[in-house]
Write a new protein. Structure first.
Length: 290
């Protein structure tokens, strides 16, 4: 087997990697499937090398980690997932929380959740109704607790309200978030058929615990993950409860978020749950009032 002779370096969030391949077709298409990565200068010091062979194998520093049938339509998404996981676990100055993120007037709504919990569908509905898009998969949190954009096409997987829509939704340029934001609202929710979004207010500590549960950090970075979760939650209202259709939930979240933003301008720090108190009900804005 001839050694790979096409190579390029990519960098994202302080992680630099080199991708090598023996396939000209795969090499030409690499930038189109790595939205979180930018091409790095040739002299960049890389920490890890990924080999993508036309026979279907993907290796990290010589160790095979994935095997496909060799078709680019299968190999490239597999490489994308492998690189993203490497980034999430190795970014030196950021912690990645499994969550969707949008912003309203520069303040973030964070939606922690596992795969297939409906967070991407809710993110898509929020963006469709005017929110700025940051991510449908990870909240990239820096050491100060700010969230950075981690955009990629929104991937929808089968919630009833989105039947007939494309599986992948591209976000218009004008709806893409550009600057780091603070979290103003953390919504702990997942889709349940026939449910109505009438959440309870939770403490910031409960919000931080939920964030930690959705942070795929290694043991060596556990303390960094805990610190990031607490910094992310320290200024946020935390809501919890099941939701029904994404469009109605998005209207309620956006209306409530705009009220919180306005209240924060007038009286910063007020209206947030206090540590040690039990959950209070949160009355979402009726659709007729929006």
């Amino acid at each position: 087997m001839s050694p790979p002779h096409h190579r390029a370096a990519f960098e994202s969030f302080g992680v630099a990697v080199e991708v090598l391949t023996d396939s000209p077709e795969l090499f030409e298409r690499l930038p189109t499937v790595l939205p979180e990565w930018r091409t790095a200068p040739h002299a960049t010091d890389v920490s890890t090398r990924f080999e993508v062979m036309r026979g279907g194998t993907i290796a990290i520093d010589g160790r095979e980690v994935a095997r496909t049938d060799g078709r680019p339509a299968i190999m490239l998404p597999t490489l994308e997932r492998t690189l993203r996981q490497h980034l999430v676990l190795n970014a030196p100055d950021h912690v990645f929380v499994h969550a969707g993120v949008v912003a309203v007037e520069g303040v973030g709504i964070v939606l922690p959740g596992a795969s297939l919990s409906g967070k991407s569908t809710l993110v898509a509905a929020l963006v469709e109704q005017g929110a700025s898009y940051y991510s449908d998969e990870y909240a990239a949190v820096d050491r100060a607790g700010s969230i950075h954009p981690f955009p990629r096409p929104i991937s929808l997987r089968g919630e009833p309200s989105w039947r007939g829509r494309p599986a992948v939704v591209s976000v218009p340029e004008e709806r893409l978030g550009r600057e780091p934001i603070r979290a103003g609202l953390i919504a702990l929710t997942s889709y349940e058929k026939d449910a109505e979004w009438r959440p309870a207010v939770r403490t910031r500590a409960e919000g931080a615990i939920a964030l930690i549960e959705h942070t795929p950090a290694t043991e060596l970075r556990a303390a960094q993950a805990v610190e990031a979760a607490h910094r992310l939650a320290r200024e946020a209202r935390v809501l919890s409860g099941p939701r029904g259709e994404a469009a109605a939930t998005a209207r309620s979240l956006l209306a409530g978020m705009r009220l919180l933003v306005d209240a924060g301008r007038e009286s910063p720090g007020e209206g947030r749950p206090e540590r040690g108190r039990g959950p209070r009900t949160f009355e979402p804005a009726p659709a007729s009032d929006i």
